[in-house]
Design a protein around this ligand. Sequence first.
Ligand code: NAP
Ligand code: F7E
Length: 368
Amino acid sequence: MAKIALITGVTGQDGSYLSEFLLGKGYEVHGIIRRSSVDYRERIAHLEGTPHFHLHYADMSDSMSLVKLVGKVQPDEIYNLAAQSHVQVSFDAPEFTADVDAVGVLRILEAVRTNHLEKTCKIYQASTSELYGKVEEVPQSETTPFHPYSPYAVAKLYGYWIIKEYREAYDMFCCSGILFNHESERRGETFVTRKITLAAARIAQGLQECLYLGNLDSLRDWGYAKDYVECMWLILQHPTPEDFVIATGVQHTVREFATLAFHHAGIELRWEGKGVDEKGIVEELRIKNEKLKIKEGDVVVRVSPDFYRPTDVVNLLGDPSKAKRELGWNPQSTSFEELVELMVKHDMQKVTREHFNAAEYLEKGIVK
Ligand code: NAP
Ligand code: F7E
């Protein structure tokens, strides 16, 4: 009998990769989608219609929809990935964020209990390095104290504790993966990495002149989403329900990410100034493209306080020793350098496809 998995957040970056991963392992995969005025399911479009992949309407803010769905699907494993996942947005929509990211976790746990599946259904909770927030030690491990520093992080902290509570109170197999930032070609376009790789691709193809960013000094431990979804599964295959830090153990600034991304788009940057006056300037252009709107010496990255946060998490570095030791997971399967390169390559092609005749571009504009 194939195992049955239910994924909330199936349309998101991680949900799409996890669906592919579980289908590859022979699972029957069910995903929760929510009603929207436009059906925008680009990340899972290639899976729709495949025999063991099923989508259902439900919502993390609607208990009854979750209770009915869990009863209908009878999952062996639930991966709770659904969330309002943008930290900056959580300052503008804190109540919605709390409802989905905090109480939503409780609703999933109660849906499992209501259907009397607490002894058979394992639950993975998408927890986050944002719990460490205003960090109390570097690097951060499973024993580092939490200090959440945004409405998103406070909501996710509730999710973390309610999972732990149900594990102890009802002997349920439910665990949190404390995942550090993970990115990919499918990352939402307003997260800093994807915003940078798309802008570098557009600037390199003459479609944009400047990229505006917030805090360039912020440090993140960035991994590749495709590598991280394997860990979600491994956590549920572990003999005992436990929480794990998933990270690469390497950190870089936003500025370093931008420098490398522009390099792969054929633009070498140098940085001048400090704080809001800092600028990324074209040091060398390695692109031949008649459509290009920039030249050497032009400013292509500026700082805008619009992207500053009321409180910002600035020093995340994970210690993945436990996941390495107990799950046999390799935190270095995709390096930072490989991640940036694959994201830029993808976005160079996407921009070309969307805006130009590909053949014309390949003929006239190439990265030397
Ligand atoms: P994402 O791309 O933003 O996807 C979020 C998913 O949640 C989408 O499928 C979204 O559906 C769904 N969702 C939001 N509100 C919902 C609601 N009320 N009911 C049902 N579904 C809802 O996020 P991600 O990067 O894949 O991250 C997956 C999970 O891991 C999230 O919980 C996030 O907080 C957490 N996390 C992410 C990272 C990271 O670096 N990516 C790190 C640590 C933890 P729509 O498509 O309809 O909007
Ligand atoms: O910001 C700085 C910003 O929005 C990273 C989510 O998946 O990972 C993600 O949250 C850093 C921050 O991700 C811009 O201030 C500078 O310090 O890409 P981000 P995040 O806030 O780390 C965690 C682990 C999650 O759990 C979340 O769900 O970059 N930054 N300039 C900027 N950030 C954005 N978005 N845009 C800028 O222009």
